[in-house]
Design a protein around this ligand. Structure first.
Ligand code: ASP
Length: 326
């Protein structure tokens, strides 16, 4: 029944009635839900220190872009966080490679992929956005650019992560069997006191990935997307599935057509489920979304996805609803 209802929602976006369907539901939810005051900060997983840091920027009158960058830098520099920045688990060759992207409320975007040796890829992504005519720099070029911009070259592989990689290498398990469960990418969305929206996403990617692999997180529209007129969305989990459906862009476009953030996240997860009906049970993808009115959405393929939210001065970790209800 559940799939059927969602199918209706999906089909309804494509057809004329569908748009009406969303507008009707959205009008209904507008009646049911109280208007939520700005600002808001929301991030994937248990990222309380990051969200708190971002919230403080906004509470002090700072803008959403500064807030999401400041928030994303928190797990990037945390050696205990095994899936972001310094301390992130390496790829199959034992090399830490980082991906990140950022968007501001004017539709500007910056991204770095396959970046090595730099602790704060999110700040390099911001420099790409602000200091170059480009959106994305990759690999050695991204590193050269970071060094030109004054970033320091650092050793990102911690002893703990090296040990974990050595243990993984000894198991000689085929790729994919051991690494799909490791995903704690931070995607962070914020609305500031002016009502402007920005987003950031940063990760060391899937643990023990193939050398050279780039996931969804630095891809504008996959790992994160913001349209200041509509809202923002971000993703975590197995990036290949997010990339193949351009999940964050999809969510924002669904919201543009009248879907609530929650409906849009569910629809984007269902897109993955229907494309991969036999495989989706084996992996997690989680989406977060906010709209211009400050409404929120969160949904995963399976149990376990959670998000950190700061709104009205209270910081909370919340479980997300999910497709695969047992
Ligand atoms: N989405 C990230 C990637 O595929 C992984 C994650 O969320 O942990 O690289």
């Amino acid at each position: 029944m559940k799939i059927k209802r969602r199918k209706f929602l999906r089909n309804s976006v494509v057809t004329g009635t569908g748009m009406l369907g969303y507008h009707n539901l959205s009008a209904k939810s507008r009646l049911l839900e109280q208007p939520v005051p700005h600002p808001i900060v929301m991030a994937t997983w248990d990222n309380s220190p990051a969200v708190d840091t971002a919230w403080k920027v906004i509470a002090a009158g700072g803008n959403a872009l500064d807030a999401v960058e400041a928030g994303a830098r928190v797990p990037e520099k945390d050696p205990l966080d095994k899936s972001v920045g310094y301390g992130g688990l390496p790829d199959e060759s034992g090399v830490v490679t980082l991906d990140a992207c950022i968007m501001d409320h004017q539709g500007n975007a910056g991204s770095v992929t396959f970046l090595q040796h730099i602790m704060h890829p999110i700040s390099v992504a911001r420099k790409v956005m602000e200091e170059t005519p480009h959106v994305m720099l990759s690999g050695q070029g991204a590193l050269d650019f970071a060094l030109e911009q004054g970033f320091r070259k650092e050793k990102l592989l911690t002893e703990d992560s090296k040990k974990a990689w050595e243990a993984w290498s000894k198991q000689k398990k085929p790729f994919g069997e051991t690494n799909f469960e490791n995903h704690d990418t931070i995607g962070i969305l914020a609305i500031d006191k002016q009502g402007n929206i920005a987003g950031a996403c940063t990760t060391s990617g899937m643990a023990y990935k193939k050398h050279g692999r780039v996931g969804d997180s630095p891809i504008i529209g996959a790992g994160m997307y913001v349209d200041n007129e509509v809202g923002g969305a971000c993703a975590t989990g197995v990036g290949e599935y997010v990339m193949k459906t351009l999940g964050s862009f999809l969510i924002v476009e669904l919201m543009r057509q009248g879907a609530s953030p929650q409906q849009a996240c569910e629809e984007a997860i269902e897109r993955i489920v229907t494309r991969h009906p036999r495989r989706f049970k084996d992996f997690q993808v989680g989406y977060l979304a906010i709209n211009k009115q400050g409404q929120k959405g969160a949904y995963g393929t399976e149990k376990g996805f959670e998000y950190t939210l700061s709104q009205n001065g209270s910081l909370r970790l919340n479980p997300a609803d999910y497709f695969l209800k047992k």
